[in-house]
Design a protein around this ligand. Structure first.
Ligand SMILES: [Cu+2]
Length: 276
């Protein structure tokens, strides 16, 4: 009698299946990362390499924690399964809780300290001397880039003059002489190996400037001018995408970053100056 009741309550099959499922989940996840199933495009700045290193380090630390905790869970599910015994109440273990909270705190603080250079280099450091300034304006659902032209000065903008249909999407004031040689274009062209300072602004809602190869992702916020820096070291064309859900046309919001040789950059400026 007692034996059959124990059998009914203490079958090992469900616990075994759940533990097996958890173990397979761990193996599949480790495989997906170890086999590089979804590799990122190669980085094109020195900061991007730092960002990749930081990402790898974070992934290793979080990966070890993930594997150990999931396998531990699988073990506990099977080891402490229902065998028909009475359950008993526990109040937990204060010492253990202090230890794992402190260890977690230490791990996160260390990662943040190690990663501060990758984070700060493109944001809080002053731009390199001679950096080329380009203003980036986001609006639903386009990017507009402005170069200061030969005088090196951006002209005044007047929100009342914003009129995309008549060719003045930024609201450039025609009465300001500094703005007469400004170059306004829908794609970003920069010379290779030269420091670039982008000045991000937004006309309507929060958008974002994201280029995977730069490992650079920065929101543009209405009412703010957000500077970011980079120096691209590989000629090519890279996609710029908006990663903020900014409205119905969000999925169509993109542009291109063209990294070109110094001479191609000069001829780009001449061609655009003539076309403005
Ligand atoms: Cu957007």
């Amino acid at each position: 009698m007692i034996r059959s009741r124990k059998q009914a309550r203490g079958s090992a099959a469900p616990a075994f299946l759940l533990a097996l499922l958890l173990t397979l989940l761990v193996l599949a996840t480790v495989y997906a990362f170890a086999a590089h199933l979804f590799p990122p495009p190669p980085p094109i700045t020195s900061i991007a390499i730092l960002v990749d290193r930081q990402y790898d380090l974070t992934l290793y630390v979080a990966g070890v924690v993930f594997v150990l905790s999931q396998l531990g869970l699988a073990y506990a599910v099977f080891r402490f399964r229902d065998r028909g015994q009475r359950a008993h109440f526990t109040r937990g273990n204060v010492a253990m809780e202090v230890v794992w909270t402190s260890v977690t705190l230490l791990v996160f603080l260390s990662l943040a300290i190690v990663g501060r250079k990758a984070w700060a280099e493109g944001r809080y450091m002053p731009p390199a001397p001679g950096a080329i300034q380009v203003e980036v304006t986001t609006t639903q659902f386009v990017y507009t880039f402005r170069y200061p032209g030969a005088d090196g000065k951006f002209g005044r903008l007047d929100p009342a003059m914003i009129s995309a249909p008549t060719g003045n999407p930024l609201g450039l004031d025609p009465n300001d002489p500094a703005g007469r040689d400004d170059i306004v274009v829908p794609a970003l062209t920069v010379p290779v190996d030269r420091p670039i300072e982008l000045l991000l602004r937004s006309q309507d809602v929060v958008h974002n400037f994201f280029v995977r190869e730069l490992r650079l992702q920065q929101d543009s916020v209405p009412g703010m001018m957000v500077p970011v820096y980079f120096t691209a070291n590989r000629i090519g064309q890279y996609e710029i995408v908006c990663t903020q859900l900014c409205g119905l046309g969000h999925n169509t919001m993109h542009s291109f970053l063209n990294v070109v040789s110094e001479s191609d950059y000069e001829s780009f400026l001449k061609r655009q100056a003539a076309a403005q």
